[in-house]
Design a protein around this ligand. Sequence first.
Ligand code: 5AD
Ligand code: SF4
Length: 459
Amino acid sequence: MNVTQQEIKEQAEIALSLRALFAGKKGMVRTFGCQQNEADGERILGELADCGLTPTEELSEADVVILNTCAIREHAEQRVLGIIGSMKKEKEKRPDMLIGMCGCMAQERHRQDLLMQSYPFVDFLFGTDRHHRVPEILREALRSRKQRQFVTDLPHNEFGVISEGTPVYRDSDYKAKVSVMYGCNNFCSYCIVPYVRGHERSRASAQVLEEVGSLVQAGYKDIMLLGQNVNSYRGDVDFPTLLEKCASFEGDYWVRFMTSHPKDASPALVRVMAEQPKVAKHFHLPFQSGNDRILSAMNRKYNREQYLEKALAIKEQVKDVSLTSDVIVGFPTETEKEFLDTVELVKQVGFDMLYTFIYSPRKGTVAEKMEGRIPHEEQVRRFSYLSDVQNEIAQKNNDAFLGKVLTVLSEGVNEKGIPTGRSSGNKIVTFDAPVLQGTFCKVKIDTARQYALSGIVKD
Ligand code: 5AD
Ligand code: SF4
């Protein structure tokens, strides 16, 4: 399960041996989906760079392109398929380029052969347990020049690795993502993740702390601890302890975490957030449905009452907290009344932001075989009804910030040239005067919109 340092060393040696071959060439990773995938993408790009490829974001100049795919909903898969299709022309123009696929879609068993057959110009595909072996994969792809698959034979509840010490090419010099655990054992009935990311496994706390400590020392200001169920972290310490330690380095920075499962959102975790000044005041706690029958059909392992209790405790105990969530509408057999339970819960909690998803059947999951699919038009109606309710709540929550002074981490300027940044609660805050990207400033809020605040920089 733990990749040995010997294996990591072997990969580094292969990378070294490829450098002359890739001299002057460029590599690109195109990532789809969640932050976990983004973190993987930064590691894969790090390995490409180690092999001598200069990182690029321009497809037209990339000699090696890796599509790091997402499978969470059908829409995500369609986007990936559209992009792969469009790469055919690029390959025709430059037959020497290498195209690879990885990520959750590439790990779906039923897709692997099909992808290779449908896209003969894709050179290789590798699974989510092979991220640390990119140098070897490139070498093999170059040698054979015929399509190759690098995937596991193990069943989903047995595969999955932890690899320490692979190179990483971070896409920001002030915000960083640090994976602390991988995989998922929960098997929510709608979700593909446990099948494509393997079983749950946690990094040793010493390794996490070493990474976080060196990021703080390098000047990173916003460090996100990542995991499919980050608060289910079971290393040599529990998650609240790990978080507290991550927030105890010398220096001015925030540490945040994503995504939490309600079953493991303990009072200890809420206390650490409330008491530790360096823990960002943002709790993302997906609830998925406000109805007990649907929660049980989703295999979520908590009921409405238990969720409410936790959500309200967070709001009560953590000053100025942003509470955000994920919800699925139109799950098979969801009645109008059950949907209205979800609406009611949204009103009761008063989320700052809600990511609302239309249920999308995923092959191989339990829900995919359920009867009682909700027609798409009805799913869309529920989606927009809930969005309207949430928009009003978000506006009301943000109005409460008028006149307050918030600490904001500057992100430079947005696409309209307006100075912008994020608050501790991860809210977008725009302001009147430019502030160096990656530094903190104080902003007095004078305008509140649904999903953004703006104000005047105070010195
Ligand atoms: N259909 C719709 N939404 C889904 N999610 C996960 N699987 C599905 C699916 N099959 C949502 C959940 C999860 C978020 C990352 O994506 O709300 O929290
Ligand atoms: Fe999917 Fe549920 Fe695991 Fe989240 S907890 S990744 S929704 S199975």
